[in-house]
Design a protein around this ligand. Sequence first.
Ligand SMILES: [Zn+2]
Length: 233
Amino acid sequence: MNDALSRLRKLAEADALLRKLEGRLADLHREEEHLRARLAAEDEAWARRQEAHRALRRAATDRSAEVDDTDAKIRLYSRKLEHDILPYKEMEYLREQVTFLRARLDELTEEALRLMAEAEEDERRLQLDREEHLARRRKLEEELSAVARRREETLGERAEARTRREALHGDVPPHLRAAYDRLLSAGNPVVPVQGGSCGGCHLRLAETTLEKVKADREVVTCEHCSRFLYWPS
Ligand SMILES: [Zn+2]
């Protein structure tokens, strides 16, 4: 292969590698974002789970306090009924209250006990949920570290590839280099001939062009898209 074309092909390979590494970095960045979002969701779910448990505990404590209040009222009213001299109407009222409050006390006690038992049971489940949460969290953190490591490696590879690319870029004769740089934004500037057509734009090439590419004595470009052509080995 003629020297200029061989240098162009090496440069094109270096640029293709750089594109591949950029693509990998973009993928790793997306993966990292995704893992961070999952980690945040995991923490939010765990915060909600803990809050649900605290709410259950609060309900149990509130009900127990109500039991104590009701019990205190019953004792207060009973003492008044036993020891105080009261007007008939007030006495009647207090007796009714005591009857009502005793019935209510039974209900409240039952509810308080049920809620406490529920809170205890939930406490046990909470321990398991905590372990599962921490295990999932650890796994996500590990995955994040792995992504960070791959990112570091890829950044290193990219730095090397860039240095190599700059050296190869400098090796290409200046007039070809300018044309190459113009073509680069549209993808690979150096393409093979494929079945009589340009491997870049896929349009049919003139017989004279094909012959020149095959002869390999000069750098030949596609008459349609100006890409550099080579004959596939
Ligand atoms: Zn073309």
